[in-house]
Design a protein around this ligand. Structure first.
Ligand code: URP
Ligand code: ZN
Ligand code: ZN
Length: 467
């Protein structure tokens, strides 16, 4: 299955590379194919798809006085289990730090530890003359995209003047600007007012992060993109009004893109409001504290997001995998939701969760591949090597069994370094059977055969969506 169609075929791998895609019954130099190769993987009745590309993950991200609980070792292994063979994580530059130093640190964290190939976007957490001057040099380092935050004042936040300057550099160089589009200063006031009224539980995280402030920030980013000519990629879109902004801008001919995540397709603010357990009481809802937040199902955001995947108003699905355990991490925010580290862990479940959209008729099989592999490869300058099953491409392949079954949760298919799952109890019609990462079988029907260090840094080129 590719982004454009499906066919019965044999895929011939040679070492780390795809050598040929052959019609069934083809021979190799006159010999029967199966008899001429070292190993045969029988995928009869199953889907053979390009390995998943998760273009938004945060291994070991420092946040709220702690760090995301998956290391590059545990997080990339969990990704491999779920059929993701490439991830693009975020190297972090903090205010006052050199971009080059932030990036070097992230290389140290990842090198030799990854189960699958990985690349980096650059977080620019402090836009100043030094970091602006460093941006063009990222391209030679294989880093063709950077993220700024209109949220989180005092942490990663960039104001409009800073964003303008960075986008001017992006327009000049071909770097792709990724934006966390939420109006942080307004959200912080709303959050403070809720706390003052004693509304401290996790649910109020979502109340404070009102959709109006996602719509507004998305619009502002779009206008700055229009002004500067820098293409724009808005990350983790959750509000239908933000989608409408993106659709409007695209209809106006702007080169803007949106990414959503499985949590915004399936989960809602009401799930969080209703969450309660013996262990955590109503603090249970902390498991779903992420930004942008889960949205109310009564406002129809989730339904609208699936529709946007069909109409291409949203082009990609990444996880924004940013795991924190309840114990000693999420619990930092007991009594004050503002101190709950933000993030959900889903890197292992993206292909499965999105395949449910195929099962329920929300997206086609081809669109599933496009959203989870082919567009991410094109968007972030890896296409040809990644995102496609074709001669010359890296042999990153998943055999997906549509008649298989997957039960999600801690103690089930969960290999992420987390003490809970945002997806506990989800039952999937489908199963990742075999995962091949650059020619090596790393997952074989319930057995993990990879090793740490299998994954290499991917030097990415410029986005193929630049015009
Ligand atoms: O809640 C989230 N998304 N945590 C990770 C940081 C970010 O903003 O992507
Ligand atoms: Zn973000
Ligand atoms: Zn993120």
């Amino acid at each position: 299955v590719s982004a454009t169609g499906r066919t019965a075929a044999d895929v011939l791998l040679d070492g780390e590379t795809i050598a040929a895609v052959l019609a069934p019954g083809s021979t190799l130099l006159g010999h029967d194919l199966a008899a001429s190769v070292d190993t045969v993987i029988d995928a009869t009745g199953k889907y053979v798809i390009p390995g998943g590309i998760d273009a938004h993950t945060h291994m070991q991200l420092p946040f709220g006085g702690t760090s995301a609980s998956d290391t590059f070792e545990t997080g990339t292994r969990a990704a491999a289990w779920g059929g993701t063979t490439t991830m693009v994580d975020f190297a972090v530059q903090r205010a006052g730090e050199r971009v080059q130093d932030g990036l070097a640190h992230w290389h140290e964290l990842a090198a030799g530890n990854c189960a699958i190939d990985y690349g980096f976007h650059q977080i620019v957490g402090g836009v100043d003359a030094d970091s602006l001057a460093a941006l063009p040099g990222l391209i030679d380092e294989g880093i063709s995209s950077f993220k700024m935050f209109m949220a989180y004042p005092g942490v990663f936040y960039a104001d409009d003047a800073q964003i303008l300057r960075a986008m001017q550099v992006a327009a000049d160089t071909g770097l792709l600007t990724m934006m966390h589009a939420e109006n942080g200063p307004v959200i912080d006031v709303l959050a403070e007012q809720l706390i003052e009224k004693g509304k401290t539980s996790p649910y109020f995280h979502g109340v404070a992060r009102a959709w109006q402030m996602e719509e507004e920030a998305t619009h502002r980013a779009i206008m700055l993109s229009h002004l500067t000519g820098a293409p724009l990629y808005v990350v983790h879109v959750s509000a239908k009004q933000a989608v409408e902004q993106l659709a409007w801008a695209r209809d106006n001919g702007q080169n803007v893109f949106g990414e959503t995540c499985p949590q915004y397709l399936y989960l809602s603010l009401e799930d969080q409001l209703g969450a309660s357990s013996e262990e955590w009481g109503d603090f249970e809802g902390a498991k779903w504290v992420c930004s942008t937040p889960l949205r109310s199902k009564h406002e129809g955001h989730q339904h609208h997001m699936w529709q946007a995947l069909r109409t291409n108003d949203i082009q990609m699905v990444s996880t924004d995998h940013c795991p924190f355990c309840m114990k000693d991490q999420k619990t930092l925010g007991q009594g004050d939701f503002r101190a709950i580290p933000n993030g959900i862990g889903s890197v292992e479940h993206r292909l499965d969760l999105m395949y449910q959209g195929v099962v329920t008729g929300q997206i086609t099989l081809e669109r599933w591949v496009e959203l989870t592999s082919t567009t991410p490869a094109r968007m972030f300058g890896m296409y040809g090597k990644k995102g496609v099953i074709a001669p010359g491409a890296d042999a990153d392949i998943v055999v997906y069994d549509p008649s298989g079954h997957t039960s999600i949760g801690v103690g089930k298919t969960h290999h992420m370094n987390m003490d809970h799952s945002a997806w506990e109890g989800y039952e999937i019609d489908g199963h990742v059977d075999t995962v091949i990462s650059r020619g090596k079988v790393v997952v074989d029907d319930g057995a993990y055969l990879g090793t740490k260090g299998d994954g290499r840094f991917v030097k990415r080129g410029l986005s193929q969506y630049l015009i």
